[in-house]
Design a protein around this ligand. Structure first.
Ligand code: LLP
Length: 437
């Protein structure tokens, strides 16, 4: 998929660059991003809104993978940016991302984070709870500037998970104002009375790695049923309705995602129907895809090391990374596909289980992966690691985080340096008695 192909050496090539050459040049484990594929995904979201004649913002949910270069790429493609912490916001500002297209999320934003966002003039704050309304009032009361634009995050009682969604009457989630229990009306009331906050609209997010459109449609319908009531009760109709992210991608053959355009069409159709029934003007529709923009654009390269055979049971093949660079299999039993990047054309028909190098039995990346007969120093390419891979990487066992490269049009570019051992102790301080003058 994307720009991946097999070159005449029988090596996996991405973005016109031989992955074996990448492994030699930058070392492994290495995150490789197919930039052309990210651009294609970004454009297809934007274009599908344009085709339907709807004003929209597509905000990249940066938690999926954030770095200065990544944010610059998102800015080049004209998308907006969803950040959820001071750190993501700092990275965005440092990358030169226009603050007016940044949306700040989070269920426990600190005073400092809110102040930072307001000082930079972010496009909106997605308000999660009553305490946050108080904090924004408190922080903005001395600034004479314009009102703070906010979306209120609601929990619509729709929870989508892959092919299913469940609806719960009394939604139980740490995020947002209850849509069905009167909380959101209380929030709307206090925000509409506020001198320092402008109620731009409503936000909801129903889950992640969703394949079906029904959950999105139902959430939109529930929100618009309420909008009808709010119009009567508060004379309020939202300028923006943000329906979150969560569009699924194909990790393995079991996954059957729809093209981005399908989700957008269904969502927009549902909103258009509601809007015309109510006789209100069409709000801007915002979405926040993370995984579907970067997930399948990322591939991780590992070097194969030791092996262990458990007679008659299984063969373990160890790689030079694991749950320190990709915690998803350990955390969510996430499944991945992979090939031997240096021998892609050989028959992949001997199932082995790929073990990480962390001191933990649960550090298994892929069970029963068919590969050719493997040797030390072979390069394993694990696909679809672009979302929540590097961003959830950690230093367990004091393993340095890997490097990240972008590839496009036959060229590679280092965008995140590999951590060094020195980096690992940069914040460590010696025991008092060992400090010498
Ligand atoms: N908007 C909000 C409010 C969210 O909470 C999320 C994801 C997104 C957008 C983006 O969702 P996406 O399009 O990427 O599915 N670490 C987990 C995923 C956690 C998702 C959290 N929120 C994983 O590795 O699967």
């Amino acid at each position: 998929h994307g720009t991946s192909k097999i070159n005449d050496k029988g090596h996996l090539e991405i973005g016109g660059v031989d992955t074996i050459q990448l492994a030699n040049e930058y070392g492994t484990p290495l995150y490789v991003y197919d930039v052309a594929l990210i651009r294609e995904r970004a454009r297809s979201f934007k274009e599908s809104f344009e085709k339907m004649g709807v004003k929209a913002q597509v905000a990249y949910a940066s938690k999926a993978f954030s770095s200065v270069a990544m944010f610059q790429l998102i800015e080049e493609e004209g998308l907006s940016l969803d950040v959820v912490s001071g750190g993501e916001l700092y990275t965005a500002i440092a990358s030169g991302f226009p603050a007016s297209r940044i949306h700040l999320h989070g269920n426990n934003k600190s005073r400092a984070e809110l102040k930072m966002a307001l000082d930079h003039g972010v496009g909106c704050i997605v308000v999660d709870n009553f305490y946050e309304i108080e904090l924004i009032e408190e922080i903005s009361k001395d600034t004479a500037g314009s009102k703070v634009p906010v979306l209120l995050r609601v929990t619509p009682g729709v929870e989508a998970h892959t092919h299913d969604y469940i609806t719960t009457g009394q939604e139980d989630s740490k995020f947002g104002f209850g849509l069905l229990n009167g909380q959101v009306e209380q929030a709307i009331d206090s925000v509409l009375k506020s001198k320092s906050i402008h109620l731009l609209g409503i936000h909801c997010h129903i889950g992640s790695q969703i394949f079906d459109t029904a959950g999105f449609v139902l959430a939109a319908e529930r929100v618009f049923e309420k909008i009808k009531e709010w119009k009567e009760r508060f004379s309020f109709t939202p300028e923006v309705v943000n329906l979150g992210g969560g569009f699924g991608i194909r990790y393995t053959e079991e996954d059957e995602p729809l093209p981005a355009t399908f989700y957008v069409e269904k969502i927009v159709d549902a909103v258009k129907t509601q809007v015309s029934e109510m006789g209100i003007s069409m709000p801007e529709i915002w979405i926040e895809p993370g995984r579907s923009l970067v997930g399948d654009a990322g591939t991780t390269l590992y070097t194969i090391g030791s092996q262990k055979t458990v007679p008659n049971i299984r063969q373990y093949v160890a790689i030079d990374g694991g749950m320190s660079d990709n915690i998803r299999p350990a955390l969510y039993q996430a499944k991945y596909e992979a090939v031997l990047a240096n021998r892609v054309t050989e028959k992949h028909d001997k199932p082995v289980s790929i073990a990480g190098k962390c001191c933990e039995s649960g550090d298994m990346l892929i069970w029963d992966l068919p590969l050719p007969e493997v040797k030390p120093d072979d390069i394993l390419a694990v696909f679809c690691t672009g979302a929540y891979g590097y961003s959830m990487a950690n230093n367990y066992n004091r393993i340095p985080r890997p490097a990240v490269v972008f590839v496009e049009n036959g060229e590679s570019q280092l965008v995140v340096k590999r951590e060094s051992f020195e980096d690992l102790i940069v914040n460590d301080l010696p025991l008092k008695s060992k400090v010498t003058k």
